[in-house]
Design a protein around this ligand. Structure first.
Ligand code: GTP
Ligand code: SPV
Ligand code: MN
Length: 618
């Protein structure tokens, strides 16, 4: 084994001392690593330094273990293909818990268990869970290391796949330990796949456990994850830290941790605006973040594709920063026609591909990668696949994991400790009917109402039924670290934290409205630049809008459709506000708000009443 291990003789019962050869003197960290080693009983402990040599060793080991297959370097250099256990393919919302001291603080949208009960339950599961395995210590930082207050984490995991993924997704390794010094705070993140190995037992290519817990302790800022090796369940810097724990920190400190992309938009006149957008999982964030506008002279640059942390700057504006360092993007649908910039990033290699298909010449493929599939593939379950196959070649939630530095249109400000001032916030979901292409909110409170009532059809990004309409407030339903009513109040409170005129303008979009035949009414992707243009021109007071009961929509002729092959009827259908359809939403929204009881801000009930009144006048 090429690793520097801190213990030589593995024995199932003896724990290994973390302090021996540890590359840090951080007492709290060392004590925690010791405590976890004692509990999980790994064969050895390995401290990750984040070096290229370490990546090479880890990926070699994962190839030897059968977890990864090295792709053809002529196609995807330094890249690998992974197949998960077929049961471990997405986030598990049913098994995700917010363990606040009081149940009411987790709110009606989260699973809850008392912290002590959860810890007792999980300690039993962790007992000896790393036997026969290496315990990796992964120091990481969410956001630039040069931030005034860097947000540190340390993930302990028994999965080398997780370590390799964390190296792409976060700033990770020795530089983080150096910045942590001897006493800086960090969020301890414990992860085990829950598959201990007995003496001589052969490992599986994708070890995991049927029992899964993704647990968060918002008050003590801790994360405990067990049983899954997949994405948001195991890369604990992502959803667990940067959204669930960070949202709780943000509420205490007066900022926002959101499920949002961040992009920079430059007009032909060289005016720049930064836009943040919250869409539920698999509803278009990565694609919008990397957009290539079809309208001449407009340019998009990428800052983030999944998470935005927004804090007030000295000038009273909201500044956003992407805490991540890589993309964990939905593979199906990503192709040269839809998202050429993602393809350019992937082409450079240095990526992990999970649950996509493998071509015979050692490349990856998925539905939408190219117009025609190769004659033969190995599908995500490892079976022979041809276009005659009954099932798709790639799991609908298959993913590419790629460094953001490889995005050719990455904005220079990506690494800026100040972040970027946000001009507009977009909310959006996947709705086949009712919701128009774009609506501008009347004011901040109305915009918060739009976010709080966001609805979307469920996708393959989470285990469970696909295509069911549910409320997903601010696209944060699975990621709220505290009570949703308190979260809405926190959003409303932004008006008291600055001059309201300095807050971003809020819009609501829907790329997914369909016609009677079930086809998308709006072509989407690069054409979404037209919608961004209208929003920015609204902010600058240059575009016309029509008032409707639900907000302002583009006036006739205000949306730039030059060169777009869309009939007047199709455009009208994409933009239409049907009062009858919206009246049907009212009881659903009332039921949704009713769930929150006394923590739902009265302003939101007032907004609902006002909407009802406007619809009835119509
Ligand atoms: P997460 O990573 O799960 O948070 O997803 P995301 O919000 O980043 O979604 P992503 O951009 O990966 O898109 C998900 C799916 O929606 C992909 O299959 C895309 O091809 C598809 N999609 C994205 N934008 C559009 C659009 O404008 N129109 C249509 N019709 N489909 C889109
Ligand atoms: C999402 O589901 O919103 C994702 C993928 O971005 S995961 O990392 O699995 O959460
Ligand atoms: Mn996401």
């Amino acid at each position: 084994n090429p690793h520097t291990k801190t213990s030589e003789a593995p024995s199932p019962s003896a724990s290994v001392a973390a302090t021996t050869h540890a590359p840090t003197t951080h007492a709290k960290l060392l004590a925690w690593v010791d405590e976890v080693a004692e509990l999980c009983q790994p064969d050895s402990i390995y401290w990750c330094d984040g070096s290229d040599a370490e990546w090479a060793e880890l990926t070699n080991e994962l190839v030897a273990a059968g977890t990864l297959v090295r792709l053809n370097p002529a196609k995807k250099p330094n890249s690998f293909w992974a197949r998960t256990d077929p049961s471990d393919v997405a986030r598990v919302e049913e098994r995700t818990y917010i363990c606040s001291a009081k149940e009411k603080d987790a709110g009606p949208t989260n699973n809850w268990m008392a912290p002590d009960d959860m810890k007792r339950t999980m300690r039993e599961l962790y007992q000896g869970s790393m036997r026969g395995r290496t315990m990796y210590v992964v120091p990481f930082c969410m956001g630039p290391l040069d931030n005034e207050n860097p947000m540190f984490g340390v993930e302990i995991t028994d999965s080398a796949y997780v370590v390799a993924s964390m190296r792409i997704m976060t700033r990770m390794g020795q530089a983080v330990l150096d910045k942590l010094g001897t006493d800086k705070n960090f969020v301890p993140c414990l992860h085990s796949v829950g598959a201990p190995l007995n003496e001589g037992q052969k490992d599986k290519a994708w070890p995991c456990n049927e029992t899964k817990y993704i647990s968060h302790f918002p008050e003590t800022r801790e994360i405990w994850s067990y049983g899954s090796g997949y994405g948001g369940n195991s890369l604990l810097g992502k959803k667990c830290y940067s959204l669930r724990i960070a949202s709780a920190i943000a509420k205490d400190e007066g900022w926002l941790a959101e499920h949002m992309l961040i992009l920079k938009l430059t007009s032909p006149k060289q005016e720049t605006h930064y836009i943040a957008a919250a869409f539920p999982s698999a509803c278009g964030k990565t694609n919008l973040a990397m957009l290539e506008p079809t309208i001449p002279g407009w340019k998009v640059e990428t800052l983030g594709d999944d998470i935005a942390w927004m804090r007030f700057g000295e000038d009273g504006r909201l500044y956003a920063q992407n805490p991540e360092f890589g993309m964990f993007g939905v593979a199906p649908g990503t192709g040269w026609q839809t998202n050429p910039n993602a393809m350019r990033a992937i082409e450079q290699g240095n990526s992990l591909f999970t649950n996509v298909a493998l071509t015979d010449d050692g490349d990856v493929w998925w539905e939408g990668y190219s117009p025609k599939p190769p004659a033969h593939l190995t599908d995500w379950k490892g079976r022979d696949w041809t276009s005659e196959a009954k099932e798709v070649s790639s799991h609908p939630n298959s993913r590419f994991c790629t460094p953001l530095s490889q995005v050719p249109i990455l904005a220079n400000e990506f690494d800026s400790p100040q972040g970027v001032p946000i001009s507009a916030i977009f909310f959006g979901g996947r709705r086949a009917s009712t919701v128009p292409l774009i609506t501008e909110s009347r004011d901040w409170t109305h915009g918060v109402f739009m976010g709080a009532t966001l609805s979307s059809e469920t996708t393959a990004a989470a285990a469970g039924k696909v295509g069911v309409v549910r409320r997903d407030p601010m696209a944060m339903l699975p990621f709220l670290g505290y009570d949703g009513g308190d979260y809405f109040a926190h959003w409303l409170s932004m008006q008291q934290r600055t001059e309201p005129a300095k807050l971003p303008r809020i819009f609501y979009v829907n790329w997914f409205r369909r016609d009677d035949e079930g086809s998308f009414l709006w072509p989407g992707f690069g054409e979404n630049g037209r919608v961004l243009k209208w929003a920015i021109e609204r902010i600058e007071g240059r575009a016309e809008a029509t008032e409707t009961p639900i907000g302002n929509v583009p006036a006739q002729g205000a949306l730039d459709v030059t060169g777009l092959h869309l009939t007047a009827d199709e455009l009208e259908a994409a933009l239409a506000v049907d009062a009858e359809e919206w009246k049907d939403e009212i009881p659903m929204i009332a039921e949704w708000f009713g769930k929150f009881g006394s923590t739902l801000p009265a302003e939101l009930w007032t907004e609902l009443d006002a909407l009802k009144e406007r619809l009835n006048k119509n």
